[in-house]
Design a protein around this ligand. Sequence first.
Ligand SMILES: [Zn+2]
Length: 255
Amino acid sequence: MKRGLKLFGKILLVIIIILVINFIPVFRKQDSQMVLRENEYFSFYYNETDEGAEDVYDLALNEAPRIIDALGLDEVDKLTIYLYEDQTQMQSKYIGFVAYVADLPWFIGGAAQNNIVMVSPATPNEQHDYDSILETILHEIGHAYNYQLNSNMNLWLDEGMAMVLAGQGDDHTPKDGIGMVIPTHTEINQVTTLNFHKINGYFYARQYADYLIDTYGYDTWLQLITTNDYQTTYNKSQEDIYNEWHEYILEAQNN
Ligand SMILES: [Zn+2]
């Protein structure tokens, strides 16, 4: 028994060491050659060779006030944005060294609290072009300010609102989702950042936000994302709202 415990302790220690080593890049986001530009909204770290850096900086600075206003925030904490020319390096700053063995071509940016990491739009990508990478900065800024509104925002709502704030999918209708499986009620509650795209989350979370905003208004939508509380906001359970939305999508796609 004692020997079993000792072995268990050793295995646990090895796992902890591996995890600590894995996350080293996450705690070292700023590379030595990076330069810094500052403004009242964010600190911006980038490589001087990066030909996409200026566009990212300008777009973020121009749009930050609009995003803050859209969330009804009076005061905000300053953000830090790190822009990388290498996509896998960027990913390692978010999920650790494991990025070098994971294959995540769709993963171009991430926000954790007030920190944003993003790959440069000037870096070629098999799934995104310059403009779609560029607009991702607004999506990530959306997440960062969502966090300031509600540090425990439900992931499904958080993603939907980040899309709204970035203007991603503005011209999509439910019909654009024909052929894409609609995530189930269980899936929208259990989904994580890393498998969000697998349940067609980016399309349907935006559709979900649009449905709630169009049906019940923007103010109640803000109340929902601030509280995660469907019952108080809509006087309906989350499942009732999901079912309503699901029916609406099916009807729109079949007519
Ligand atoms: Zn997102």
